[in-house]
Design a protein around this ligand. Structure first.
Ligand SMILES: [Fe+2]
Length: 251
C-alpha cells in the first residue's frame, strides 16, 4: 500500500466509524472484527506500519494518532482492553505506576500481530513518571482515567553526560486526550497525575532506526539543569532511582 493509499484507507476507517455502530446483528466473530474499537486497533497498526516503513513522517503519525483518539469510542476500547491478554509487568520503581502489557485478540481469540506494543499504566495519586528522553521510537499515551500534568521538551542535542532540551509543553490533559512523542519533537516527557488515581493506555512503535537498538530511554533532570541563554536547558542524564527520589508529585 502506498503512502497516499494508506492515508486514504486511514481516512476511510475514520469516516466509517459511525456506520459501524449500526452493525449490531453480525455473527459474533465478524462483529468482533468490525467493532469500532477493533477498527481503531487496526488503524493504529496501519499507521504504525506506515511510520516504520517510511511512508508517513513522525509528524503525520502523531496527527493520525490524535485523530484516532478523538474518534475512538472510549468505553468500547476499554472493554476491548478488558478482554485482551494482560500481563502484569510490575513497577519500574516503587514510585512508578503499575504497568500491564496488553495483547489484543482477534475474533477467534488468537493474538493480533501488530506493529506496535501496548501497555496500561495505572497511577496511584503519588506515582510519577519522571522526565525521560527516548530514541528510536514514538509513543502515544491516551488518558483513560483521571488527569495528568504533562511536560514535554524537545531534544536539541546530545552532549557527554547531558542532553540539551527545550521546554515545549506544560499542560493538563484528561480522559480521552492523548500525549505523543517523536524523535524530532517533544521527545522528553514527564507525567504527574492530578486529582487522584489516573491511568494511560499507551501505544509504542519502536525499532524505527535500522541497525540501532529498538529503543533507548534516559532519565534526565530538567529542574536541576543549567538554563542556557537561548531558553534551552542543559539537563544532566541521571539514574532512574535518583530521578524517582527527586521527582515527587509536588515538583
Ligand atoms: Fe516515555
Amino acid at each position: 500500500m502506498t503512502g497516499i493509499h494508506r492515508r486514504q484507507f486511514i481516512g476511510q476507517v475514520l469516516s466509517a466509524f459511525p456506520a459501524y455502530a449500526l452493525l449490531a446483528e453480525c455473527a459474533t466473530a465478524r462483529a468482533a472484527v468490525n467493532r469500532p474499537s477493533a477498527r481503531w486497533i487496526a488503524a493504529q497498526d496501519d499507521i504504525a506500519r506506515a511510520l516504520a516503513g517510511g511512508e508517513i513522517s513522525p509528524a503525520e503519525w502523531r496527527a493520525e494518532v490524535a485523530r484516532l483518539a478523538s474518534a475512538v469510542d472510549l468505553p468500547q476500547l476499554l472493554a476491548e482492553i478488558d478482554g485482551a491478554e494482560s500481563r502484569y509487568a510490575g513497577r519500574a520503581l516503587p514510585s512508578y505506576p503499575m504497568k500491564r502489557m496488553i495483547r489484543f485478540r482477534d475474533g477467534s481469540g488468537a493474538r493480533r500481530e501488530l506493529r506496535y506494543a501496548t501497555a496500561w499504566f495505572g497511577f496511584a495519586p503519588d506515582n510519577v513518571v519522571t522526565p525521560h528522553a527516548h530514541r528510536h521510537m514514538v509513543s502515544a499515551h491516551l488518558v483513560v482515567e483521571g488527569a495528568f500534568r504533562v511536560r514535554n521538551y524537545d531534544r536539541v542535542r546530545d552532549e557527554v553526560g547531558t542532553i540539551v532540551i527545550r521546554p515545549s509543553l506544560d499542560a493538563t490533559i484528561g480522559v480521552g486526550e492523548v500525549s505523543t512523542i517523536s524523535p524530532d519533537r517533544d521527545n522528553i516527557h514527564w507525567f504527574v497525575p492530578r486529582g487522584g488515581r489516573a491511568a494511560t493506555f499507551d501505544v509504542i512503535v519502536s525499532g524505527l532506526d535500522a541497525g540501532r537498538p529498538d529503543y533507548d530511554i534516559q532519565a534526565v533532570d530538567p529542574v536541576r539543569g543549567e538554563p542556557l541563554a537561548d531558553g534551552t536547558i542543559r539537563a544532566p542524564i541521571i539514574g532512574f532511582a535518583e530521578a524517582s527520589r527527586f521527582y515527587t508529585p509536588d515538583i
